[in-house]
Design a protein around this ligand. Structure first.
Ligand code: HEC
Length: 110
């Protein structure tokens, strides 16, 4: 099965490379979506790590008032299912930031 897959892949790659000799340039639109600012330490980590794969719009467009548990599970899904390079502590920090800034969580009293 492994042999079959790599053979098929090799043939497909050959076809693709052979068919398009001219370089292709794709100009993506300027990213304008941003995360909502916060003093929570998770904000800084989120701005660094959550734009690696997709727009901040994915976060902005989630239904309102998700709980801390829901947001933390969402970030853990990025870590486990999609391979976001996050430590467990970073997942916790970003989950808190998102739950406070976008969700139902209240900031801890100072
Ligand atoms: C390694 C790549 C990667 C990183 C890094 C990443 N995501 Fe995602 N994210 C995805 C993929 C893939 C999807 C699903 C896209 C689709 O279904 O169209 C997704 C979708 C989402 C969605 C939409 C709801 C859903 O579950 O599909 C949210 C919200 C989200 N990501 C939040 C985040 C947050 C917050 C971070 C930073 C902690 C993050 N993502 C970092 C890959 C990533």
């Amino acid at each position: 099965m492994k042999y079959l897959n790599s053979t098929v892949g090799g043939v497909l790659l050959g076809v693709v490379l052979g068919a398009s000799a001219a370089p292709v340039t794709i100009a993506l639109p300027q990213e304008t979506a941003q995360l909502r600012p916060s003093t929570h330490p998770g904000y800084v980590i989120a701005t660094q790590m959550c734009a690696i794969c997709h727009s901040a719009d994915y976060i902005n467009q989630q239904p309102g008032k998700m709980t801390l548990t829901q947001w933390t599970a969402e970030v853990a899904k990025m870590q486990h299912a999609y391979g976001a390079p996050l430590s467990d502590d970073q997942v916790k920090q970003i989950g808190e930031y998102l739950a406070i800034t976008y969700g139902s969580e209240k900031p801890a009293s100072q």
